[in-house]
Design a protein around this ligand. Structure first.
Ligand code: AMP
Ligand code: MG
Length: 358
């Protein structure tokens, strides 16, 4: 199959034609990759079981890993979800369109192929203007996971989608670099209080300011100890570069010393070494291939560049990547969640002396 890439431009009329073409493919049961504000999505008609199945095939995704259904209008939520509590409506009013996914009991309209066999459905209304008009034009319900090969870092550029899916899907809509760079926050309303199944840009504190207490899934960050996360997708090694990734935790000066030491050792064994740090630590590393993910002053930059940098290291053919760690409150929690998964939970402690900057 030939993959066409269509660049969205500033020309409204031209964009309309491209979105119409994408919507037609969806209505025919085909797949289209499209930009959202979090990462690029691989879309199919969420109400067509055959179309959903194609997503799993193109990505090599395990069939028990459910898809998120993307909508463009609040009035469409009730067509696919049942028992929508007032707290969920409040969160939707506060954060939709935006990087928040909510889980409800599914209606009969949603096939089990879309929900990975579950009786619940995950729903999000993205804020990216191309995503919104594409979803509306295509009929209102687009099932879309991230548009990468299963297990690889999520795509934050149309080029990343092409790297993974060229020849496997008919169309990629190129809307340029995404704004946020990590997947949506997932909150499960099939329990009370609601449970955060995946951390993201919308933090627990932001949600609690609107609806009061939310819980964190006890499985989050505990997979290494055999506790299973509730979101099926969170149990797989994920977001991972081809190289081995080791996360070094602790206070900043010690982390730099440890990474430099580990890098020297690996270089001594003839390995190609990557170091993932920040603008603040750029000057500290003398060996290996250093890449800055962003600045600790603006957590947003760290989220935005994470996956792109993991892919750049792959292109450079490094054997091993040593990464600094990032603080847990706020967006740092979501970044750490993805890094831990990418590292397959391989964490080295720089020292017992924690807390400075890290
Ligand atoms: P992706 O779009 O690739 O980020 O994957 C979607 C994520 O949402 C996966 O981690 C799924 O496990 C999770 N998810 C989707 N639907 C549900 C659901 N009904 N219950 C729990 N988790 C879900
Ligand atoms: Mg994904």
């Amino acid at each position: 199959m030939e993959t066409t890439v269509k660049k969205l431009t500033l020309d409204e009329q031209e964009n309309k034609g491209i979105i119409k073409m994408a919507a037609t493919l969806i209505q025919e049961g085909s797949l289209v990759a499209f930009p959202t504000e979090t990462v690029y999505g691989l879309g199919a008609d969420a109400l067509n079981p055959e179309a959903s199945r194609k997503i799993y095939e193109a990505k090599g995704r395990p069939s028990d890993n459910p898809l998120i259904v993307h909508i463009s209008r609040m009035e469409d939520l009730g067509k696919i979800a049942r028992h929508i509590p007032p707290k969920a409506e409040k969160l939707a009013a506060a954060f939709w369109p935006g990087p928040l996914t909510m889980i409800f009991a599914k209606s009969g309209a949603v096939p089990l192929e879309t929900t990975g066999g579950l009786q619940t459905v995950a729903v999000r209304m993205p804020s990216h203007p191309v995503a919104l008009s594409f979803i509306r034009e295509a009929g209102g319900f687009i099932a879309a996971p991230s548009a990468n090969t299963s297990g690889r870092p999520s795509p934050t550029l149309a080029e990343h989608v092409a790297e993974d899916l060229d020849g496997r899907i008919p169309l990629i809509l190129d809307g340029g670099p995404v704004g946020i760079g990590i997947e949506s926050t997932i909150v499960d309303f099939s329990e009370e209080p609601p449970v955060v199944l995946r951390p993201g840009y919308i933090t627990p504190a932001m949600m609690e300011a609107v609806i009061g207490p939310v819980k964190m899934d006890p499985g989050l960050g505990q997979e290494a100890f055999g506790v299973r996360p509730k979101a099926p997708g969170m149990k797989y090694r994920h977001y991972a570069p081809k190289a081995e990734l080791i996360l070094v935790e602790g206070g900043l000066p010690k982390v730099q010393e440890k990474i430099s030491c580990l890098a020297r050792e690996a270089l001594g064994k003839g390995k190609r070494v990557g170091i993932l740090g920040t603008e603040e630590t750029r000057a500290c590393y003398k060996e290996g291939i250093f890449k800055s993910i962003g600045t600790r002053q603006e957590e947003d930059t760290i989220a935005r560049h994470l996956y792109g940098i993991l892919r750049e290291f792959d292109k450079l053919g490094v054997d091993i990547i040593y990464s600094e760690s990032f603080g847990s409150p706020g967006l740092g929690q979501a970044v750490m969640n993805r890094l831990l998964k990418a590292a397959g939970h391989r964490v080295v402690e720089a020292s017992e002396d924690r807390g400075i900057g890290g």
